[in-house]
Design a protein around this ligand. Structure first.
Ligand SMILES: [Zn+2]
Ligand SMILES: [Zn+2]
Length: 254
């Protein structure tokens, strides 16, 4: 399993790109920062985009990706999401008003973009890899993903508030090597974190108590860049288990 962080922040500022993770050469977990981070040659290799939810910081670059690769590849890009997510993307984005409908371009039979509704809670395959989507705790219909590599699973929490079921799922699956987990706000903003269904370092510490295997590597994403210093200082105090703060360009390999 090779994962490259393209963007990992919960908002946009110069030098801070929103959530997108490249698995291998061809699978994306969310698409918040793709076309600004990958060369055209790299963009053409993408075949599958797994979307966690419809918030624009996770979604916007599917629009520009579809535009960039038209006429350059022979395959469609598959956008995976839960039923409501797929419906919302088709209805609100690829609708000719906000953006051209790339599910009909260049022709409905051979479009640039196709949608696939995922079976939440049941394993399915993406380019030969097993994938399991599970519900996250967010303000809209939202999932996280487990993606299987040769040596074990990687978990991406998606945007989420406390989600004990996610940690219990990791205990049940076993062989989860790495987790990428939401921490958006510093401890003093817990009220806002709870309303917007995100995490603070203290909330993460509490949620992690459900994790049995303390050897799982835990990586943090979705920090609000305006509070990054405080969040980082608070996260460094977590020791059982320790956590790693992601930055664009970080590679996770196992
Ligand atoms: Zn987000
Ligand atoms: Zn969100």
């Amino acid at each position: 399993m090779k994962l490259r962080v393209l963007g990992c922040y919960g908002a946009k500022m110069p030098g801070y790109a929103t959530s997108a993770f490249l698995v291998g050469d061809s699978i994306l977990l969310d698409a918040g920062a793709v076309t600004s981070r990958l060369t055209l040659k790299e963009q053409v290799k993408i075949r599958s985009v797994l979307i966690s939810h419809t918030h624009i910081d996770h979604l916007k670059d599917v629009l520009f990706l579809a535009d960039n690769i038209q006429g350059r590849n022979s395959h469609s890009i598959y956008i995976y999401g839960s039923r409501g997510v797929v419906r919302a993307i088709q209805k609100n984005l690829f609708n000719w008003k906000i953006w051209p409908d790339f599910t009909k371009i260049p022709s409905p039979r051979h479009p640039m973009v196709r949608f696939k509704v995922i079976p939440v809670g049941k394993k399915f395959r993406v380019e030969g890899r097993r994938v399991l989507a599970f519900k996250s705790n967010h303000t809209v219909e939202s999932v996280g993903y487990l993606v299987e590599g040769d040596k074990g699973w990687l978990l991406y929490s998606g945007d989420t508030g406390p989600n004990p079921k996610m940690w219990k799922l990791v205990n049940a699956i076993g062989n989860v090597k790495a987790m990428i987990v939401d921490v958006s706000f510093p401890n003093e903003m817990e009220k806002l974190a709870r309303v917007s269904r995100h995490m603070t370092p203290r909330m993460l510490e509490e949620d992690m108590k459900h994790l049995k295997d303390r050897g799982v590597k835990i990586y943090i994403f979705h920090m609000k860049p305006a509070y990054l210093q405080t969040i980082s200082r608070e996260l460094r105090k977590l020791t059982d288990p320790p956590v790693t703060i992601l930055s664009p360009g970080t590679k996770i390999e196992f």
